[in-house]
Design a protein. Sequence first.
Lengths: 243, 605
Amino acid sequence: MNYLRIGICEDTEKDLAILMELLQNSSYTYNMETFSCGEDFLKSFYSGRYDLILMDIYMGRLTGMDTVSEIRKTDTAVPIAFLTTSTDHALDSYRFHVDRYILKPYQPEMIEEVLDMAGKRVMEQPSVTVMDHGTQTSIPLTQICYVEQSAHVCQIHLINHDMVSTVMKLNDLKDILSYPNFYLCHKSFLVNLAHVKRLNKELALFEMKDGGCAYIRRASIREAEKLCHQYMFELTRRLGGLS
Amino acid sequence: MKEFILRKSSKLLLPCLSALAALLMILAFHYSSHTLPATYTISQADITTGGQTKRQTLPIVLNRLSPGTKVEVSFSVPKTYGDDLFFGSVYAPVTILSEDTVLYQYGAPSDRPGFMQDPPTIYTSVKLPDTNQPAVTVKIIYYSPNERDTLSIHAPVVGNEQSIFHMLITESGIPMILALFFISIGAVMSIVSLFFFSFPFLRKSLLYLGMLCICSGAWQFGENRFAVYLSGNAVLMYMLDFCGLFFMMIPLYKMAILFLDIDDNMVIHAVLLALILSAAFSLILELTGVAGFHRSLYLFHVLLPAALLFLVGISLYYFLRYHKKNAGLFTIPFLILFLAAVIELANYYFQIFEQFSFFFQMGILLFLITMTIYTGLSVRRRVSEYLDALTIQNDIEIQRQTIEMQKNRNELLLSHYDEIRKQRHDLRHHLRMISELLHEGKSEETFAYIRSITDSIPVYHPEVYCDNTVVNTMICYYIGQLRNKDVDIRVNLHIPANNPDISDPSLCILFGNLMENAVEACEQMKGKRFVRLSSMINDEMLYITMDNSYPSGSIQMEDNLFISTKDKKRGLGLRSIQDIAAQHDGYAEFHAENGVFKSELCVRL
């Protein structure tokens, strides 16, 4: 699957056109979303949305630095490459784990190398393969937001608002999903704790980042809260490179 | 404070259990007694006063007797029940005759202290003469009291030792046990109170409660027929009885003032003073022989219920007018006491039941149970308030430190301004030099000059840990304290500069306490030391983790709060963090394991 989802933030139209041309000539198929300023990028961004982000450093109001800082608050894994004319800020950004610096004018080899890196990262992600209407589909586990069971069908809601339906029992699916973040909070709901927006105690449900809701069985609310917090704190430690 | 309540209840436990055991024994005795012969109560007698004889039913109260009137009570005693005659004498000298033999005499002035005009009440039994006849005549001669115009004649009881004993136990056993229970509890509480000299509220409440228990126990004991019968020392019982009764209201009032928190009320102090004076005055009157306790009693028959009613009134007043919750809680117990007192009085005057003082005993018991529970809760609340006050003080201290840090930061910035001015000046100078050199065509020297300037540009590493300048300043300050001390420091913070739901001061207190904690722990230990601080934002919630090394064995859990064995401040710091987290829709938890102290908290931004 050489399919990449790329997010680009570049305010100079000329540079953007060159970049897009170089990407078209590469061997990868991709879905590309472009923004001309950091604020617009961040408005629609959520963790797991892209497999690769190309970010211009010098932009209008919100610089590339600040935008990446915001991105890293919620997504530490996505590869980010800065597009810049100089290596002046190389040291400043070490905090944000920026993976590459692409110097302008763009070299085709550099672009290809960055795409390779992103592609490899995608392949390395653990994923699960299910039958969706006869077709075998491989879903990276990090993209699964939550799973809802109705009748004998598991509806797997992905973080990009897509949905994959597969005929199987939720309990069986739970056994396949080896990612430790999955939690069976209800007999018909399985959530990925990484994509929980918040836990609504009054209504006993998880509000998920894609807008959906996963109900929690009443008896498990305290357990759900505890697991949720545990996950958050584990993630916090991991982000700090501490565990 | 749970341990406090545990300790208190365990103190009550032993006397409770012994009382219970005694109760059960009495009940067992009662139920097993059906095999014992019963007693026979003399219910009719010929009573002769002033030359007139009349057949009357006993018990009876004769009125309007002038002091020293001779009253003869004659009756016939069947011998089938036993040889022992149980009888009582209420403030009257008594002689018992049977078939012209004097069996018993009591009440001569040598039997009592000089200041007593009447002998104290006595209950005792005498052995009737051994005859073959089926019945025996007995004559009891009373001389009516000097200080009363009534003579109370109880119905004598015939039986043998066991049956009389059994009768007394069933009717007066339980109240006597209760009385002893009260006295012992009161003594324990009063003694324990002395140990709490650093907690005035607790000390006073225990002391007054203890005194109240002693007084009411003494009164109940002194009044108790069985106790009087057993003790044989009528004077002691008399003193216990009346002193207990007269002085009882004083600790009760002191307690009311303490618990209702109305030390400023003049009226209640006036009433208390009146009670103290009445009691003291009665004591003086008794000891000087002017008027016996049993005469002052009539005053107290009015004074005590009135004083209790006053307590009901004042607690209602404070509850309704000032909405003091304590006052509302106390109205019911005081009302119970008042009603019990009224029933007690009614019983005394109208002779409804044989038993004296049982109702009031019950009232007091209920009251004491309420008070004990209340004391425990009250103390717990006060301790919690005290901890809160300490926590606030701690927070203020951190705020003060924050201000200091800001001042230092400002000074640093100002010095930077000077630095920049100097550099701008230098730049102008350098550029002039370079243009001169180029003008003279000295390109080699120009390169050398530029190189030398570049080398001398100072490397500037700004310490920025997060976007929030105030928090950043604080973190810098603490990191600075740990620098060069071989501590592994890792900080990964994302704190926005502007947060709608949490203020910068609150964030400072959070991070201040966290860092203070970690820095102190590191400074107090040797070996591998580390501080790892990290944060993450998810849906407007800020998650913070702090892992730091700590000296092992220095942390204990107390009330779910970590207290350092070295100083109490750490417990307060963590408590402060928990308070702030709770105020901002979050929570905080702390674990200590394997040499790592882990703090985890979340707040809404």
